[in-house]
Ligand binder design. Structure first.
Ligand SMILES: Cc1cc2nc3c(=O)[nH]c(=O)nc-3n(C[C@H](O)[C@H](O)[C@H](O)COP(=O)(O)OP(=O)(O)OC[C@H]3O[C@@H](n4cnc5c(N)ncnc54)[C@H](O)[C@@H]3O)c2cc1C
Length: 450
C-alpha cells in the first residue's frame, strides 16, 4: 500500500463512524512501511478518532500495535494481529504559554504542528531530517536531529497520556513521575497506546542554513569539536569514497550564532554556490532552503521539505550511536571500510546528540555521535555489510537506532542498555500479558527477562 492510499484510508475514517476497520477500502493492497522493505504481517487496520475509541479497541483486542506514518525500516512497528491508527487524532489540545508547553493528540505529525506553533510565536528545540513523521512515533524510537547541545526529540516531552493493556488511562509527568516517566518516553510502543503528548516549546527563532563542500577528513578529525560546535546543528554527509566529507550542513540560529559569518572557506571546505541535496546527484528541490537565506526554525532544521519525498525514497537506512568521546575513532573505523561500504551506499550522515536521561534512548547518560547510512535497496548485500560495520564499531560501544536496520544479536543489544530490566518491569506493569509486544520487541527486549 503506498503512502497516498494509506493516508486516504486514514482520512476516510474521519468521515465515517468511529473505530472504522480500514481493510474494506484497501482492496487487497499489501500494507508496507514507507520504504517498502517491510510487508506487515496483517492488513487489519482500524482508525480511532477519540480516547474512548482507543480504550474500547484496546479492551477488545488480544494483541495490537499502533501504526504511525510507517517510517521505520525494521519490524518494530509490525504486527501479525491488528493495527490501530491514530492518524485522525491530530488536533492541538492546548498551548500553554505560561509553562511553555504544547499538548497534542498522538496522530499529529511534526509537519502539522510546526507551522501552527510558529504562527503562535513558538518553536521546538530541534527536528529530524524530515517533518513527515508523527511526534509520538518519533519519540517512541528516540528519533533525533543534530546539535551538540540538542537532545533527541523525546527530550522535549514533559508529559504523556497512554491507554494501558486493560484500557485504563495513564498520565505521566516529567516533574512528578521520575523513573516511570523516564522509562515511558522512549517506550518503543511497548507500554500502551499513547493518546496525548506534551512538548516543551520556546519562543520562535529564525535560522540560516549554509552548505560547504569537500571538508578534508584530516581537518575533521583534528578539529572535530570546533566543527561540531560551529552552529546550532551540524550534519556531515559523506560517501566514504575519498579522504574528504562531501557536504557539511550548518544550521545557524540567527540570534545564537552571530559569530558564524559564513566565510567562503570552512576548514578547507568551500561554501556551496547553490542549494544541494545530500546526495549530490539528486535535485535540491526536495531540500530546505540553504545559501544563508533566513527562514523560520521549522523550515531550516529538517533537511527535507514537507510535501516532497524526503531523502532518496527507494532506500534502506541504518544508524549507530557511539559515545561522543569515541567519535573520531569510530569515523576513522568506517572510513577504513570504505571499499565494503561504498558500493551499497547512497550517503552517510554524521550527527551529534546531547545526553539525556530516558532509559531506552541510545543517548541515555552519554553525549553521542550518530553515524547513519542511507543504503541502496539491496538487502542481500546490505545485510552482509552491517555485521562488518558492527564488528568494527564494537570497541566504541555502539547502540543501533531503534527504527532502522541492524544485525546485532539480542544479547549484544541488551547488554548495552543498563536500564533494560527496569524497562521490562515497567512494561509489564502496564501490559502484563504482552498485548503490545510483537516479534521485534519479544526478540530484542523481552527475551532479557525470560
Ligand atoms: C526518509 C526518512 C528519514 C528519517 N530521518 C530520521 C532522522 O533524521 N532522525 C532519526 O532519528 N530517524 C529518522 N528516520 C527514522 C524514523 O523517523 C523513526 O524511526 C520514527 O520512529 C518513525 O516514526 P513514524 O511516525 O513514521 O512511526 P511508525 O514508524 O509508524 O512507528 C514507530 C514506532 O512507534 C510506535 N507508535 C507510533 N505511534 C504510537 C502511539 N500512538 N502509541 C504507541 N506507540 C506508537 C509504533 O508501534 C512503532 O513501534 C527517518 C526515516 C525515514 C523514512
Amino acid at each position: 500500500m503506498d503512502k497516498r492510499t494509506f493516508l486516504k484510508l486514514c482520512s476516510a475514517a474521519l468521515s465515517t463512524h468511529v473505530l472504522s476497520p480500514l481493510l474494506a477500502w484497501a482492496q487487497g493492497e499489501k500494507l508496507r512501511n514507507w520504504a517498502g522493505n517491510v510487508t506487515y504481517g496483517t492488513e487489519r487496520l482500524t482508525a480511532a478518532t477519540s480516547l474512548k475509541d482507543v480504550q474500547d479497541f484496546v479492551k477488545n483486542q488480544i494483541k495490537l500495535k499502533v501504526l504511525g506514518p510507517r517510517h521505520c525500516f525494521n519490524d518494530i512497528a509490525n504486527s501479525t494481529d491488528q493495527f490501530l491508527s491514530l492518524t485522525p487524532m491530530n488536533e492541538v489540545v492546548a498551548l500553554d504559554p505560561g509553562v511553555r508547553t504544547v499538548t497534542v493528540e498522538a496522530g499529529m505529525t511534526y509537519g502539522q504542528l510546526c507551522p501552527y506553533l510558529d504562527g503562535k510565536g513558538w518553536a521546538l528545540h530541534n527536528l529530524a531530517s524530515l517533518p513527515h513523521i508523527s511526534i509520538v512515533g518519533a519519540c517512541m524510537t528516540a528519533t533525533h536531529g543534530s546539535g551538540e547541545k540538542n537532545g533527541n526529540l523525546s527530550t522535549a516531552v514533559s508529559a504523556l497520556e497512554f491507554v494501558d493493556a486493560t484500557g485504563n488511562v495513564v498520565k505521566l509527568l516529567r516533574q512528578k513521575d521520575g523513573d516511570a516517566f523516564r522509562g515511558a518516553v522512549v517506550g518503543l510502543g511497548a507500554l500502551g497506546v499513547v493518546t496525548k503528548i506534551t512538548l516543551n516549546v520556546q519562543p520562535r527563532f529564525m535560522m540560516q542554513q549554509y552548505v560547504y563542500q569537500n571538508l578534508p577528513l584530516k581537518e575533521l578529525t583534528t578539529h572535530f569539536d570546533v566543527i561540531e560546535s560551529a552552529a546550532y546543528s551540524v550534519s556531515l554527509f559523506t560517501d566514504w569514497r575519498s579522504e574528504s566529507i562531501n557536504e557539511v550542513w550548518l544550521k545557524v540560529r540567527m540570534e545564537n550564532d552571530p559569530r558564524f559569518d559564513a566565510p567562503p572557506e570552512f576548514f578547507g571546505a568551500k561554501r556551496a554556490t547553490k542549494n544541494l541535496h545530500p546526495i549530490i546527484e539528486l535535485s535540491a528541490e526536495n531540500c530546505t532552503e540553504q545559501m544563508g537565506v533566513p527562514g523560520p526554525w521549522y523550515e531550516r532544521l529538517p533537511h527535507f521539505r514537507m510535501g516532497f519525498t524526503p531523502s532518496a525514497g527507494k532506500e534502506l537506512q541504518s544508524e549507530y550511536f557511539v559515545p561522543r568521546q569515541n567519535a573520531v575513532e569510530a569515523i576513522l573505523a568506517i572510513q577504513r571500510l570504505h571499499d565494503q561500504v561504498s558500493p551499497y551506499l547512497m550517503i552517510s550522515e554524521i550527527r551529534t546528540i546531547a545526553a539525556d536521561d530516558l532509559w531506552m534512548s541510545p543517548c541515555c547518560q552519554q553525549p553521542s555521535v550518530a553515524i547513519h547510512f542511507t543504503w541502496k535497496q539491496d538487502w542481500p548485500n546490505v545485510s552482509k555489510v552491517l555485521p562488518v560495520i558492527e564488528k568494527e564499531l564494537a570497541p566504541f560501544h555502539p547502540r543501533p537506532h531503534w527504527g532502522k536496520l541492524f544485525t546485532f544479536s539480542a544479547k549484544q543489544l541488551q547488554s548495552s542498555y543498563s536500564n533494560l530490566p527496569a524497562f521490562v518491569d515497567l512494561s509489564r506493569k502496564y501490559d502484563l500479558q504482552g498485548k503490545f509486544q510483537n516479534e521485534f520487541l519479544r526478540m530484542y527486549i523481552f527475551t532479557a527477562a525470560s
